[in-house]
Write a protein that binds this ligand. Structure first.
Ligand code: ZN
Length: 83
């Protein structure tokens, strides 16, 4: 993290404060839960179980990984039943 330009970083932050974050989906956890990353400042957000948008903390990352695993398993079971 030594090469990060602090001026550029804070400029992006100011931009986001004024115009809002430019969030892009970075990961699909389920059909309804996604992780987002701001294209400007790199801030990460996630959908929560309550349908809200929250800062992607390590705890949320852990929870999402867990949900994704369950979701994957459920999907596989559905396919198995269909075939
Ligand atoms: Zn941002």
């Amino acid at each position: 993290m030594k090469n990060v330009n602090p001026t550029l970083f804070s400029l992006a932050k100011v931009y986001c404060n004024i115009f809002g974050h430019k969030l892009k989906v970075s990961k699909n956890i389920t059909n309804h839960v996604h992780e987002y990353k701001c294209a400007k400042c790199g801030m990460e957000m996630t959908d929560t179980a309550d349908g809200l948008l929250a800062r992607l903390t390590p705890k949320f990352k852990e929870t999402n990984a867990y949900i994704a695993k369950i979701h994957e398993r459920r999907k596989r079971r559905l396919y198995a039943r269909a075939s």
